[in-house]
Design a protein around this ligand. Structure first.
Ligand code: ATP
Length: 190
């Protein structure tokens, strides 16, 4: 199977993520999308990152009715921090029957050159890109491994949701109902 990997901290998973995952899983030649929950992105501040098991659980709740979207806990079991190339190599060895590719925004494509062994990533893996405003001319967009899609986007961030929850504002529709109930029941982001 052709599997697109969408990495994120998913702190929490929101409909911006789900639109991308669903589009890639159903409107491209990918057979499945796996959401890979990252314990901690080495390029980001830790800030109000909640524990990875709760983020994993919310990602599963949000996608349990989506037949071709799965949640992967592979990075939770690898030595941390796990760089993308190491996770890709691990998955490639563990599932030789699958062909893995990456899903990322054109904004991430700009910082790709800072990633560990980025030349190997570009050499060995396809990258499905969703366009982000302001990054229409990113350098690597014309690279042969890069496939640019016309994914419709929702301007929303997990930061916005965490702040809203903290301020006791209503975030219904920004996150799946099951995720909202999970956040409330565990009193997360307060
Ligand atoms: P935070 O606000 O905590 O930084 P985030 O919403 O950007 O989080 P991540 O879990 O880091 O979420 O997202 C995973 C990937 O999805 C990142 O590459 C991020 O750029 C991208 N992404 C997040 N939200 C959107 C969105 N609304 N539209 C397009 N891409 C998004």
């Amino acid at each position: 199977m052709k599997i697109g990997l969408f990495f994120g901290s998913f702190n929490p998973i929101h409909i911006g993520h789900l639109i991308i995952a669903n589009y890639m899983a159903n409107h491209t030649d990918l057979d499945q999308v796996w959401l890979v929950v990252s314990p901690h992105n080495p390029l980001k501040e830790k800030g109000d990152l909640i524990n990875m098991y709760d983020r994993l659980e919310m990602s599963k709740l949000a996608t349990e009715d989506a037949s071709n979207i799965r949640v992967s806990d592979v990075e939770l079991k690898l030595p941390q921090p796990s760089y993308t190339i190491d996770t890709l190599t691990h998955l490639h060895e563990k599932y030789p029957e699958h062909k893995f590719s990456l899903i990322m925004g054109s904004d991430n494509l700009v910082s790709l050159k800072k990633w560990k062994n980025y030349e190997l990533i570009l050499r060995d893996y396809q990258i499905h890109v969703y366009p982000r405003p302001g990054f229409e001319n990113a350098e690597l967009l014309n690279h042969p491994s890069v496939h640019v899609t016309d994914t419709p986007l929702m301007e929303l961030s997990a930061t916005f949701i965490r702040k809203a929850v903290k301020e006791k504002k209503n975030v219904q529709f920004f996150v799946e109902d099951k995720v909202l109930r999970f956040i409330e029941s565990k009193n997360l982001y307060r």
